[in-house]
Design a protein around this ligand. Structure first.
Ligand code: NAD
Length: 329
């Protein structure tokens, strides 16, 4: 299934950048990498790929990106962590243009398989009010009460993938990512998610000697976090599977935000005074991935331990921060 031209959109972003490299190392020779950002803002630019800068909200740009392609991984979206999506609902919803035009262009170009990166934000908010949430099952997306803005766009686009498959015969695959983290992703600037933000804050405390850290919410809210290597493996496996409905792609290792901070403190060898900002964006109360379905379908689930993935993420963010600090010599 690796033969033929493969397009990855959002390739200048975190997951897309890793996915291009993973696909290249796993049999995909002819890869087109597309993003709206200038190349100096891409997290990773792979020289072996045909790299293109296009705004995929426009149909013509989508047509150009999929010319001659057999396989499309559509990861482009205007998104970020909770701080971004709670304050930019319209921007998040405009990403519907990307998926709509990518699906239309892919169908017209004779693309055989189309992957869509959905999110755990499609799940019904009423099912995420408990910190002991045992994990969201795929059916928990309905009755629909998705995250306002971002989640509704994802839910709508999931359904469009389904109907393009039913009505037009293009094979579509949809994965619902649960919090992905790792090196070469957003760690500052307002779009970063909790794992990177906590690493950055702990490193800042370590380097500055200011041992106070601000935590969004009361720290008891729960999540699961999937390391990037599990994510890209899961994307390709789901793409090549017979799974015709949206499926969870996330870790089932649920932790509270306080436990996540404990892990980063331990990696850094530091103990901090936690200040809880109860007015900050904090999202749902409890969320984790129920992996029964993916285990049944693929005989696999994301399993890289959070402690191991956070150590690598911490190290990468530490290097980024150090490389920005002017040398005292
Ligand atoms: P990211 O922001 O690092 O990457 C997305 C990329 O899309 C960015 O580089 C951005 O420039 C690009 N993009 C935005 N608008 C575009 C446009 N009009 N045309 C072309 N490119 C455009 O985010 P990510 O974490 O790599 O996420 C990738 C996908 O996975 C997104 O669809 C996101 O919604 C989904 N997802 C991610 C997570 C996560 O935890 N990271 C969780 C759930 C879902």
């Amino acid at each position: 299934m690796a033969g033929g031209k493969t397009v990855v959109t959002g390739a200048g972003g975190f997951i897309g950048g890793h996915l291009v490299d993973y696909l290249k190392k796993n049999g995909h020779e002819d890869i087109v990498a597309v993003d709206i950002k200038p190349y100096d803002e891409w997290y990773q630019v792979w020289p072996y790929a045909e790299n293109k800068i296009l705004d995929l909200r426009g149909k013509e740009a989508c047509e150009e990106s999929v010319k001659g392609a057999k396989i499309v991984y559509n990861l482009a979206a205007d998104m970020g962590g909770m701080g971004f999506i709670e304050n930019n609902k319209a921007l998040c919803m405009i990403s519907v243009l990307i998926n709509t035009h990518m699906l239309m262009a892919s169908r017209e170009a004779g693309v055989e398989r189309f992957f869509y990166a959905s999110s755990a934000c499609v799940y019904n908010g009423d099912k995420q009010k408990d910190v002991d949430n045992p994990g969201l099952k795929e059916e928990d997306a309905y009755p629909a009460l998705a995250e306002d803005g971002y989640g509704w766009e994802k839910l709508f686009s999931e359904r469009m993938c389904r109907h393009f498959m039913e009505d037009f015969g293009i094979v579509t695959r949809v994965a619902r990512f649960h919090n992905v983290y790792g090196p070469h992703g957003t760690w500052d600037g307002g779009r970063e998610k909790a794992p990177a933000a906590i690493c950055r804050k702990v490193i800042h405390s370590k380097l500055s000697g200011d041992h106070n850290i601000e935590i969004w919410g009361d720290g008891h809210q729960t999540r699961s976090f999937m390391y990037i290597d599990d994510c890209v493996l899961g994307c390709k496996s789901i793409m090549e599977s017979n799974i015709e409905y949206p499926i969870n792609l996330g870790s089932a290792e649920m932790v509270s935000i306080n436990q996540l901070v404990d892990i980063v403190e331990e990696i850094a060898g530091i103990k901090l005074n936690r200040k809880y900002n109860l007015n900050a964006p904090k999202g749902v109360r409890g969320r984790s991935s129920d992996n029964e379905l993916i285990k049944k379908e693929l005989g696999w689930e994301p399993s890289i331990p959070l402690r191991d993935g956070m150590a690598k993420t911490y190290e990468w963010i530490y290097d980024q921060i150090q490389s920005k600090v002017p040398s005292k010599a």
